[in-house]
Ligand binder design. Structure first.
Ligand code: THG
Length: 261
């Protein structure tokens, strides 16, 4: 599983505070902790409150790169903010994200090629997030076709079905899970798949339980990657056990420790 640590996001109060106070150390501690916990990449999102997101993105990337070499997943709705991060990133990057829209793809696919970056493609359009599997697949095909036509390798594309909170969109869990499985058969080579896991539990009780249950179900559907909280130990244990059941890790009695190493 390609684990993308979600905790450097201005949506979190501590990160918002650190950005406001230029508290580099606070960001670096989160970067180190997530990397130690097994993150393959770190999401970097300035949050909704940032007054100058381009400068904030650069400041975050620089702060993180001083202490870890972990690839960065540059998370913004604004291509110029993503490019601000890409322009100074030293290691591998993931662009988070494009969706099925001509203008978005015209901007972000060439950007991904220019910076040799992976790309997340959301199964949504200007009209918003679809409410069923077929519409999600239709939008995914538009993104895949665009990549194929423009020389972007589809195995470096991560399709995201868009996970919605179970308390307000309860019918969407099943649609999303089936979508993940079917994303994988849309092209050869297949695209990769990713979810923003914590979306599923926003505003609920028992967030960790809901997150890990959904994660394991999505893994069963072939999920390749998730943006998640790697410091949630129960979540990570469930992730590792699911990899074991799916024969992606060799069994040994100390499989939890073995995976973490
Ligand atoms: N797909 C893609 N990228 C994404 C998402 C996605 N990036 C952002 C988000 N969704 C994934 N990251 C998070 C980070 C935090 C939370 C949810 C998803 C979260 N935060 C607390 C909350 O809102 O309750 C913040 C409160 C706090 O603790 O301060 O749940 O789907 N490609």
């Amino acid at each position: 599983m390609f684990i993308i640590g979600e905790l450097i996001n201005g949506m979190y109060k501590n990160v918002q505070e650190a950005i406001k106070n230029k508290d580099k150390k606070a960001i670096q501690e989160i970067a180190i902790a997530q990397t130690k916990a097994g993150s393959s990449a770190l999401d970097v999102n300035c949050g909704p409150a940032s007054a100058n997101p381009k400068d904030t993105m650069k400041w975050l990337v620089e702060a993180i790169q001083e202490v870890v070499d972990t690839p960065l997943c540059l998370d913004s709705t604004r291509p110029d903010v993503i490019e601000a991060g890409l322009s100074i990133a030293k290691n591998k990057t993931v662009i988070n994200s494009a969706y099925a829209d001509q203008e978005k793809l015209d901007t972000l696919v060439p950007m991904a090629l220019k910076y040799n970056s992976a790309l997340i493609g959301l199964a949504m359009s200007k009209k918003g997030v679809p409410q069923d599997k077929l519409q999600r697949l239709e939008l995914a095909v538009q993104i895949i076709t665009y990549c194929q036509d423009n020389g972007f390798p589809v195995n470096n594309l991560y399709l995201d079905p868009i996970v919605l909170p179970v308390n307000v969109a309860q019918s969407q869990g099943q649609e999303v899970l089936e979508t993940i499985r079917e994303f994988k058969i849309l092209s050869d080579p297949a695209p990769k798949t990713v979810v923003g896991l914590s979306n599923v539990s926003q505003g609920t009780n028992q967030r960790s339980l809901i997150n890990r249950t959904f994660l394991v179900m999505a893994q069963g559907c072939g999920l390749d990657s998730a943006i998640l909280d790697p410091l949630d130990n129960d979540l990570m244990d469930a992730l590792i056990a699911a990899e074991l059941i799916l024969n992606k890790q060799i069994y040994c009695d100390s499989f939890l420790n073995a995976y973490r190493k």
